[in-house]
Design a protein around this ligand. Structure first.
Ligand code: PLP
Length: 388
């Protein structure tokens, strides 16, 4: 059997929606994009939802809403995708890596508190795998030290913190619609915001800094005349991608239920394994169940994580790893060295612990019982063959 790591949940509705846009004569950002934004805003109870061609560009624009100068420090978790830190570097600022919690892989509050200096400008927590980071203490730290907080919610649609949807908080929040995310537009992102002036600025900055109706300029009601009021970027989505997003949103409750069922099934199948540490649930925090990470109990095994990944591959099972800690990448090693900042791996004991042990198993809404059982049985048999 061959099990892919992920499979997008696409049916005739997305195909017809794209076909309708292609036939309509309007391909780039327009009415479909605004319809998608309105639906998303309603779904996560956001005042504003502004869509982008990726979460990375949405993060870049979210950061540009604050006055970030070269040398400013922004605290990010060490265990995240590189986009969280690279967008900080776009400003010449320093991504300061905080260790994460050993069980949730979310940013550690204790580590954040130790890293605050008079250069700290903000914090970007990541809701790893869709489980919300502990936002209340983070908001408290931000209030105390006058810092901004931007949520990297790339994994977190739909997730809830104390019954409130991620995306509904005051902080800017950034979602990803990359191909393997919980809803996809192929490539895409969304920025949710509560502040009206910031939302206006973000809309301009995603399209060259030109005033707000410029997207209409090739339509009958548009005009050739426009002004440029900001240094902007070319980060808008298209109506082709947004039409896929609309169809994905319509069935997102169903997709979420399917994901949760598969996670429950995995939890049940692995519950008696002595060689696996399962990802926890947390009171008051509901995950989107974007991915299914497990950690190997290396102390009870005679092999390492790479061996297990290779064995799964031999059995036709594609897996992944979330994430290689950022301080291990050449670019960040060299960057820290260039500014005389220590990059000692011992500073990140939990990130190292996770890096040595984590494997992300296949998870997608159309996964059958037979497929999840095949994954679980194979993983359990590889581990039991190699248990000490
Ligand atoms: C935590 C995190 N942040 C940001 C991104 C960037 O998303 P995108 O690929 O839509 O730019 C990703 C992508 O996987 C991610 O995992």
């Amino acid at each position: 059997m061959k099990i892919p790591f992920h499979k997008p949940f696409i049916d005739d509705n997305e195909i017809e929606a794209v076909s309708d846009v292609l036939k309509s004569g309007w391909l780039t950002m327009g009415s479909k994009t605004f319809e998608f934004e309105a639906m998303f805003a309603e779904k996560v109870s956001a005042r504003h939802a502004i869509s982008f061609n990726s979460a990375t560009s949405a993060l870049h624009i979210a950061l540009s809403l604050y006055d970030i100068k070269p040398g400013d420090e922004i605290i990010v978790p060490a265990v995240t995708f590189v986009a969280t830190a690279e967008t900080v570097r776009y400003f010449g600022a320093v991504p300061v890596f905080a260790d994460v919690e050993r069980d949730t892989h979310n940013i550690s509050i204790e580590s954040v508190e130790k890293l605050i200096t008079d250069k700290t400008k903000g914090i970007i927590p990541v809701h790893y795998s869709g489980l919300p980071a502990d936002l209340d203490p983070l908001f408290e730290i931000c209030r105390k030290h006058n810092l901004f907080l931007i949520e990297d919610s790339a994994h977190a649609f739909p997730s809830y913190y104390k019954d409130k949807p991620i995306g509904s908080f005051e902080s800017p929040s950034v979602f990803s619609f990359y191909a393997n995310k919980t809803i996809t537009t192929g490539e895409g992102g969304m920025l949710t915001l509560s502040d009206d002036a910031m939302a206006d600025k973000a809309k301009k900055m995603r399209l060259h800094g030109i005033d707000k109706d410029a997207w209409k300029r090739y339509s009958h009601d548009g005009s050739w005349m426009y002004d440029v009021t900001e240094l902007g970027y070319k980060y808008n989505p298209t109506d082709i991608s947004s039409s896929i997003g609309i169809e994905q949103l319509k069935k997102s409750d169903y997709m979420t239920r399917l994901r949760k069922d598969i996670c429950h099934k995995y939890n049940h199948l692995f519950s008696s394994s002595d060689s696996l540490e399962l990802y926890p649930s947390k009171e008051g925090r509901e995950s989107s169940n974007y991915i299914y990470p497990v950690k190997l109990k290396l102390e009870s095994l005679s092999v390492n994580r790479d061996y297990v990944i290779d064995e799964l591959k031999k059995r036709g099972i594609s897996v992944s790893m979330h994430f290689i800690p950022l301080y291990r990448f050449s670019y960040y090693k060299e960057f820290y060295e260039s500014i005389g900042r220590k990059n000692n791996f011992d500073n990140y004991p939990n990130s190292e612990y996770i890096y040595e042990r984590e494997i992300t198993l296949p998870l997608y809404p159309s996964m059958t019982d037979e497929e999840s059982e095949y994954v679980a049985e194979n993983l359990i048999s590889i581990l039991s063959e190699k248990s000490k």
